[in-house]
Write a protein that binds this ligand. Structure first.
Ligand SMILES: Nc1ncnc2c1ncn2[C@@H]1O[C@H](COP(=O)(O)OP(=O)(O)OP(=O)(O)O)[C@@H](O)[C@H]1O
Ligand SMILES: [Mg+2]
Length: 238
């Protein structure tokens, strides 16, 4: 983990001099203020910091959901910033998985079809996508639950379905924003186990925003964000 400028880019995620300024009510909000960061391939890092410090903005800029105001992001040496919208979307779909606080599953679709969605968008035939989704759900301890809709699952089960959806394309990075924020301590711990073990098994990097020090301590490193800057990076005692 490094937070100094780097040249040339390397594998994993490299962010250089990242800034993001929002305009709100005629005022500029400097949500990111010169972030340098290298998340090596396969690393698992937590992002912590007070509300409003820029965690979600950082996650969204690293993952191409938001375009930074200035600075650059590369993933495995490939530029993410400066691409057309279509190319950014393609890279998001092929290389990244996303897990959000409330799962954001489509309520009217069975769990297994939610998991197939990224594959279908990439052109995988439906039967093949369903086969892959069912295998993955079984690996995450959800065999048999595939035909059920998200509303018929527990919060922890639904979040594991969201993890399956994030991993189904075999992404190089999984981004998670408070994935256990809506769960109790025990269920959150189980979801974290599934998420960290699945990322480790596939070699995906994990960048996870959390307010919970217990959650952060399960990941090797924690990036501490304050006022749009990286204050320090700490290593978890494990
Ligand atoms: N779309 C937006 N327009 C204007 N300002 C924004 C926008 N989104 C976020 N901000 C501001 O940018 C700053 C960083 O917001 P961000 O959502 O990244 O914080 P956060 O660390 O994720 O906070 P939380 O822990 O509450 O989720 C805050 O001051 C916020 O008010
Ligand atoms: Mg946030």
């Amino acid at each position: 983990m490094e937070t100094a400028p780097q040249n040339p880019p390397r594998d994993g995620i490299v962010a250089t001099a990242l800034t993001k300024t929002y305009q709100r009510g005629g005022q500029s909000v400097h949500a990111l203020d010169g972030v340098h960061l290298h998340v090596p391939k396969g690393a698992q890092v937590a992002v912590m910091g007070p509300s409003g410090s820029g965690k979600t903005t950082l996650l969204h800029c690293l993952s191409g959901i938001l375009t930074p105001t200035s600075g650059s992001v590369t993933v495995d040496g490939k530029p993410l910033t400066g691409l057309s919208d279509a190319a950014t979307s393609r890279m998001r779909l092929e290389s990244f998985g996303f897990v959000f606080q409330d799962g954001q599953l489509l309520p009217e679709l069975p769990a297994e079809e939610n998991v197939t969605l990224p594959l279908m968008l990439l052109g995988t035939p439906r039967a093949k996508a369903l086969e892959v989704a069912r295998q993955l759900l079984a690996r995450l301890g959800l065999s048999g639950l595939g035909p059920h809709r998200p509303g018929q699952l527990s919060g922890g089960q639904a979040q594991r379905v969201a993890i399956a959806r994030a991993l189904v394309t075999n992404p190089s990075v999984v981004f998670a924003d408070e994935p256990t924020g809506a769960l109790d301590q025990t269920t959150g711990g189980e979801v974290m186990d599934v998420l960290t073990q699945a990322c480790a098994a596939t070699g995906a990097s994990l960048v996870l925003v959390t307010h919970d020090a217990n959650v952060a301590s399960r990941l090797a490193h924690t990036i501490h964000v304050r006022d749009g800057r990286i204050l320090q990076v700490t290593r978890s005692a494990r």
